[in-house]
Design a binder for this molecule. Structure first.
Ligand SMILES: O=C(O)CCC(=O)C(=O)O
Ligand SMILES: [Fe+2]
Length: 329
């Protein structure tokens, strides 16, 4: 029998000659059991560690792993991202089947029936400079009011502005012509027209079949605890159910998710009663989100946990009797 020291010596000689070696399995006598003759494997890096109840532990770990796997993959809601804050999109879309209620309602409006229902996101309709001007305007006008809860709105068409737990009319206080500068009014109208053009192109409908409708408003959302139900902006809803005249909803985001505030993502659901899939839009300065306002697009806004989130909801109807005018120049 070759002694272990001789084996080692011979190996060293071989590798000195530069010949690649295959690691050999060695066998050594097992002195613990029955004394002689029994051989046991010797591993390259020494014997495997062992500890009391090894089998119980390893089974336990496997079971925990399986439970975590099942929990994760059977989670009732799966998430995907339609638009990330860090990306810039010319146009990104997702088609969803129009709800029967929506089709039934919209078919009476010539030139306003979408080729397909769905969602569009674009970072190329409104510039960052235009978004900045509108954000500054929102900050300035809202400084005269603001909700005592987490959601403040400002409607430039009616003058409504959140104030503590109610609303005031900014035009009644300072006169219609003193609230906005001529430049701000021009930008506001230009942005509104660009969004309208993009909705018409995206959904394959006529520009003139769309009318700006009520409510079209600026929003400032924060993590402050709600004081009235108007402050609870995070509930799942369908725009057509909440605001009857809506046919096409758009959002213009005025600042950045993650940079200016935490939380506050826009989430589409596949089903309002029992959602199984979420599709997320991360707000970005100048980003426009457009979608059909029917039951095919239930959604909500996540609660903001830090900072202030600014956006404008720009709403369109196909019903000319529900049209509203731009703020007076
Ligand atoms: O601010 C948003 O992103 C969405 C707001 C919204 O859902 C709405 O105004 O109906
Ligand atoms: Fe909404």
């Amino acid at each position: 029998m070759t002694s272990p020291s001789k084996v080692t010596k011979r190996r060293k000689e071989k590798s000195n000659n530069g010949v690649a070696e295959k690691p050999e399995k060695q066998t050594v006598p097992d002195d613990n059991k029955n004394g002689k003759g029994k051989e046991t494997k010797k591993f390259k890096y020494g014997p495997l560690p062992s500890f009391p109840s090894q089998r119980v532990w390893s089974r336990g770990i496997i079971i925990i792993g399986v439970v975590i796997y099942i929990f994760y993959f059977s989670k009732s809601t799966k998430e995907s991202v339609l638009a990330k804050q860090s990306e810039t999109y010319i146009r990104r879309s997702q088609v969803v089947e129009c709800s029967t209620e929506f089709l039934e309602d919209i078919k009476q409006y010539k030139g306003c029936i979408p080729e397909k229902c769905g969602r569009y996101v674009s970072d190329k309709i409104v510039t960052v400079q235009e978004a900045d001007i509108l954000k500054k305007l929102a900050i300035r006008v809202m400084a005269d009011g603001g909700s005592s809860g987490g959601a403040s709105i400002m409607d430039l068409h009616t003058g409504a502005l959140s104030y503590k737990d109610t609303f005031i009319n900014v035009y009644a206080q300072s006169g219609e012509n003193k609230v906005l500068t001529a430049e701000e009014k021009k930008i506001y109208q230009l942005v509104r027209k660009k969004i309208q053009t993009s909705i018409a192109e995206s959904f394959g409908i006529e520009f003139n079949s769309l009318h700006l409708t009520y409510p079209t408003f600026f929003s400032r959302l924060t993590g402050v605890e709600p004081k009235t139900r108007h402050d609870e902006y995070w509930h799942e809803h369908i725009d057509k159910r909440t605001y009857e005249s809506f046919h096409y909803t758009s959002l213009l985001y005025l600042n950045d998710y993650e940079k200016d505030y935490k939380g506050g993502r826009f989430i589409f659901l596949d089903n309002i009663e029992k959602p199984t899939k979420n599709v997320t839009v991360e707000p970005k300065k100048g980003r426009v989100l457009m979608f059909t306002s029917g039951h095919e697009n239930p959604h909500y806004v996540e609660r903001v946990t830090e900072g202030q989130r600014f956006a404008i909801t720009v709403s369109f109807t196909c019903d000319s009797t529900k049209a509203i005018a731009d703020p007076k120049m």
